[in-house]
Design a binder for this molecule. Structure first.
Ligand SMILES: [Zn+2]
Length: 730
């Protein structure tokens, strides 16, 4: 039944568009036959078998089960016919030696810092090698201080605290998980003078407020703790001692004190069970309504009264991270590589994160191994130490950067999988090709394509403009960071895509000891139906990129997306100018004094310097030139281009023209001028990051340089497009 649906949808999709992008009629037919074979050979029973083995025990980097998984993965790839190697890197990975959190006054409470094993979950019996809850790359520390509640610990949360007259300097903040990458919470707290950071999961976000808790239901119980790295990921990814260089023998290492990506203040994650007595003991102003969670306490901002003692120490050892790299050499273009990756390390059992994505990758690799040789080389990668900061992928990219610059056609990432609606992000030049592939994969619950189901979700829940865009516009969200695409995409400029299913099967198990096989197969993706769909989707796009005659890069999409982002940053500057002007006028008139909280607990905002008018003309002109060039470029898969190999190489390396060789302001490792993780967000993307953040954080002097750099990059891209056109016309 599933096969019938798939064939039908493919036929409809390609009929409408006149064939698969990048293939002529005969090529489309051959490709459709391969894809039908892919769909038929991806087997949910394989997925379940691999998950039960890989996620049987905790398998963090350096663990016994982690080592076993590396061997199993290498053996599977080899048995299917891939040239397989294990690449190793020596990286700094701290594990805790002491963790202590005590509420010392007004009452005394010693936090348990321990998750409760569930005897009804068989994985609990195999938890011997488990890491306790901690945040890796917290520094050692022994601090004592008053506690302040800072909500999600975002920049704007500290502005709210300031208006309530609450100062965090010399204090310990307690932040709740969510809204930003966890590493941003100690980073922003330290910028405001805090000396320690506690992060807890509020039940309003993923605990009993959302539904029954584990093991009765999927949500977080009172002992569940989210582990996770707090390295400064928006600064750089990978080993903190070798930024920008591979962590191999002979490379110089930074001293630990000089590693800028290590978090600035001691930090510890806790459960809501441990957080409740601390929050209950706090005094001070009642927290704003949106800050309150679902614990039975009055949420207060704190400051004074409640005092805690926080102590954490770590072993700071060097561990070996091992990637498994499997290669099938292309028959026609062996030096053009389509790379597909997912990490293999986990915080604990990691059934969902990362194994649910890795088993889809395995299914693709097994299916494609049985097919005729692809035209281009396909590389499968299972990365290690992703959880500590994208270490395995980043070190591999840094080691092979020169080869990747010439050979890497694209990088296709997944990092676990869920159930529901297709989520996807990445290089907009690949948007159309990926969307076309998504329209050929059948959603297991509804029988329509996963693309159609995604559109319906956006149209029903967002409507209006978003619905229109979902039907005819570019679909990719901009990528920030938080998974292994970052080194490929934002450090080197290799076109990248990240995808998964999500939106149903909500859970509180992320990075806790409850991310187990039982939980995944009961609460997330029963029957592994969405694992099958993920394999059919990523297997399709891998095959299409590996076999296309003309690689399906749509450089016109770059023009479209830059125009959109440029309009946004112009509006940002205009809005900021207006708001600043208005606020300063009201401040001068003394109006704030009349509207503030009569108790006097709210402070007026500060006077800000006026926002200048920026000269966007160099960028407007560069966009216009790029648009003329991309409009004039027409590549047809059914034409016989003499220089096809060169044309394709110019197409897939075009994205690299958008890199700034100097990097972004204050973070040279990130070079992509269209997409970066926000300096204070981490997961969330900032588009046109150098310009946008310079305006947002009021570093106005940086704006003209950022405009010039991007205009120069767009001009390089324009020249590239013209070079392709000349070759195509010959
Ligand atoms: Zn992951």
């Amino acid at each position: 039944m599933r096969l019938l649906f798939a064939t039908l949808v493919v036929a409809l999709a390609v009929q409408a568009s006149g064939g698969i992008l990048g293939f002529d009629a005969a090529g489309t037919e051959r490709q459709l036959a391969l894809e039908a074979e892919l769909d038929a050979s991806v087997d949910a029973a394989d997925l379940a078998f691999w998950m039960r083995g890989l996620a049987a025990r905790p398998h963090h980097t350096g663990s016994e089960h982690g080592e076993m998984n590396v061997e199993s993965l290498a053996n599977w790839f080899t048995s299917w016919g891939y040239d397989t190697e294990i690449t190793s890197y020596e990286i700094l990975i701290p594990r805790p030696t002491e963790r202590r959190l005590v509420l010392e006054s007004p009452t005394r409470f010693v936090a348990s810092l321990t998750e409760r094993p569930m005897m009804s979950d068989p994985s609990s019996r195999f938890a011997g090698d488990m890491l306790p809850p901690y945040n890796s790359f917290s520094p050692d520390g022994d601090v004592r201080g008053n506690v302040v509640y800072v909500n999600y610990g975002r920049i704007e949360d500290y502005e709210t605290l300031e208006r309530h007259g609450v100062d965090v300097s010399g204090k310990i903040v307690i932040a709740r998980y969510g809204a930003t990458f966890r590493g941003m919470k100690p980073k922003i707290a330290a910028l405001h003078g805090a000396i320690g950071c506690i992060i807890y999961s509020d039940p309003v976000d993923d605990g009993y407020y959302q539904g029954p808790v584990y093991p009765d239901g999927p949500h977080k119980n009172a002992t569940g703790v989210q582990r996770g790295s707090i390295m400064d990921l928006p600064l750089h990814a990978g080993d903190v001692l070798t930024p920008g260089r591979p962590a191999i023998a002979g490379e110089p290492r930074l001293a630990r004190e000089d590693a800028a990506a290590i978090a600035p203040i001691p930090t510890l994650p806790i459960s809501y069970g441990d957080a409740e007595p601390i929050l209950a003991a706090m005094k001070g102003p009642v927290a704003p309504r949106e800050w309150r969670g679902a614990l039975p306490v009055t949420y207060r901002l704190g400051g004074g009264e409640a005092t805690v003692h926080l102590k954490v120490t770590f072993d700071w050892q060097m561990l070996t991270a091992k990637n498994v790299i499997a290669r099938r050499t292309g028959s026609q273009f062996p030096d053009q590589w389509v790379i597909r990756g997912n990490h293999h390390d986990a915080w604990n059992h990691g059934a969902r994160d990362p194994i649910s994505g890795l088993i889809a990758l395995l299914a693709e690799a097994k299916a494609i191994a049985a097919m005729p040789e692809p035209k281009r080389t396909i590389v499968y990668a299972a990365w290690d130490a992703e959880e500590h900061g994208l270490m395995g992928s980043t070190e591999w990219v840094e080691e092979h950067i020169e080869t990747l610059r010439t050979n890497a056609v694209a990088y296709l990432n997944t990092d676990g999988n869920g159930r529901g609606f297709l989520g996807m992000g990445g290089s907009h030049a690949l948007d159309k090709a990926f969307v076309q592939a998504a329209d050929a994969v059948v959603d297991p619950q509804t029988g329509v394509s996963v693309l159609r189901r995604r559109q319906a979700n956006i149209c029903v829940n967002q409507g209006g403009e978003a619905c229109g865009r979902a039907k005819s516009g570019l679909q990719f969200r901009a990528l920030g960071s938080g998974s292994d695409y970052s080194p490929f995409f934002q450090h080197v400029g290799i076109p990248s895509i990240n995808s998964s299913f999500r939106g149903e099967g909500h859970s509180g198990a992320y990075h806790t000891m409850h991310d187990t096989v039982m939980h995944f197969e009961r609460d997330i993706d029963p029957g592994h139906d969405y694992g099958v769909a993920l394999a059919q989707l990523n297997g399709r796009i891998t095959l299409r990129l590996a076999n296309a005659t003309v690689l399906p890069f749509d450089l016109g999409a770059i023009t479209t997306i830059v125009k959109k982002y440029l309009a946004e940053v112009k509006k940002l500057a205009d809005d900021q100018r207006e708001t600043t002007k208005r606020q300063n006028e009201h401040l001068a008139a003394g109006d704030f004094a009349l509207v503030l909280d009569p108790s006097g607990s709210l402070m007026p905002p500060e006077r800000r310097p006026a926002v200048p008018h920026f000269n966007f003309a160099p960028l407007d002109n560069a966009v216009m030139r790029l648009e003329q060039a991309t409009d004039a470029l027409e590549l047809e898969a059914n034409r016989d281009y003499a220089a096809i190999e060169r044309i394709n190489q110019l197409l897939y390396t075009a994205e690299a023209e958008l890199m700034n060789p100097k990097g972004l302001p204050d973070r040279p490792w990130y070079r992509h001028q269209l997409y970066a993780p926000g300096t204070f967000e981490g997961y969330g993307a900032k588009t046109l990051p150098a310009i946008r953040e310079s305006i947002e954080y009021r570093n106005y002097a940086q704006v003209p340089g950022a405009i010039e750099d991007l205009a120069a990059a767009l001009d390089r891209l324009t020249m590239r497009v013209e070079e392709i056109r000349v070759l195509a016309d010959d």
